[in-house]
Design a protein around this ligand. Structure first.
Ligand code: NAP
Length: 265
């Protein structure tokens, strides 16, 4: 029988693992037995998260990095290998996001989101590849979204970047299958993390209210509630586990039915 949740002896690296969904993923992977490294730019995000994970009995380390910088990403993977001896699971979760009209989106703002979400996912996957290959395989999971399935006004940068992440997922899955590296993505629906609440600032004046309205979820999300970081963590852990052995190039929507119903995703 295939074991779902046995990651004992595995080492996972979660970018953006100090906050929101990334912390939920790190928590889930650690609960399944993995040693977890969490990486992002700000120690004030990483250190409290590491303390929280350790308090739950997790083996965890932190790495300060900026996924927009390929050299920093290479050093991040080296540091994980030094600290834990291997790398089995990479989760590309780091992202930046905010609402902005395309007509006035500055080149810097466009670059910041596309470089973080898309370039960062590629740099991390490319840096992890030789180590995973030398170990005989690995799992890469990128966190995508659903907004680009239908288009989403004021999100040109993020929807373009995440569409690229989906394409990258399928292409890397084919290129690296022979190395026993699976490459998949998880597309979350609406999860009211602190990060996403900050992103929902004007010009979409309607948006901040959504997170204050309990009845919104009951009315508008088919499964009747907001998502949680643990919902995404469960899917990532499934893909990282032996149950995910024969799954590659797939993109799993975890959204309570939101995008199918045509609601905010
Ligand atoms: P979040 O808490 O703001 O997470 C973003 C994380 O990325 C932070 O920990 C941040 O840490 C890190 N990060 C940002 N820029 C970085 C950089 N250049 N280098 C390294 N790390 C960087 O938001 P979230 O809601 O949990 O989102 C997590 C993921 O889920 C994202 O990929 C997002 O697109 C996706 N998603 C979220 C939702 C939702 O409703 N929440 C829906 C669909 C998809 P530092 O500031 O310390 O660098």
């Amino acid at each position: 029988m295939t074991a779902f949740a046995s990651l004992e002896g595995k080492v996972a690296l979660v970018t953006g693992g100090g906050t929101g969904i990334g912390l939920g993923i790190a928590t889930s992977l650690a609960a399944a037995g993995a040693t977890v490294a969490i990486a992002s730019r700000k120690p004030e995000h990483l250190e409290p998260a590491a303390a929280e994970l350790r308090a739950r009995g997790a083996r965890v380390s932190t790495v300060e990095t900026n996924v927009r910088e390929p050299e920093a990403v290479t050093r991040m993977v080296e540091r994980v290998a030094e600290a834990h001896g291997r790398l089995d699971i990479l989760v590309n979760n780091a992202a930046g996001n905010f609402y902005a009209p395309s007509a006035t989106l500055s080149p810097n703002a466009w670059r910041a989101v596309v470089e973080t979400d898309l370039y960062g996912s590629f740099y991390c996957a490319q840096a992890a590849y030789p180590l995973m290959k030398s170990q005989g395989g690995g799992r890469i999971v990128s966190i995508s979204m659903t907004l680009h399935y239908r288009g989403w006004p004021l999100m040109a940068h993020a929807t373009a970047a995440k569409a690229g992440v989906d394409a990258l997922t399928r292409t890397l899955a084919l290129e690296w299958a022979a190395d026993h590296i699976t490459v998949n993505a998880v597309a979350p629906g609406p999860i009211p993390t602190e990060g996403v609440k900050k992103a929902f600032t004007p010009p979409d004046a309607r948006a901040p209210d959504l997170f204050r309205m309990d009845e919104y979820a009951a009315r508008s999300i088919p499964l009747g509630r907001w998502g949680t970081p643990a919902d995404v963590g469960g899917m990532v852990t499934f893909l990282a586990s032996p149950a995910g052995d024969w799954i590659t190039g797939a993109i799993f929507v975890v959204d309570g039915g939101s995008w199918l119903a045509g609601e905010r995703g």
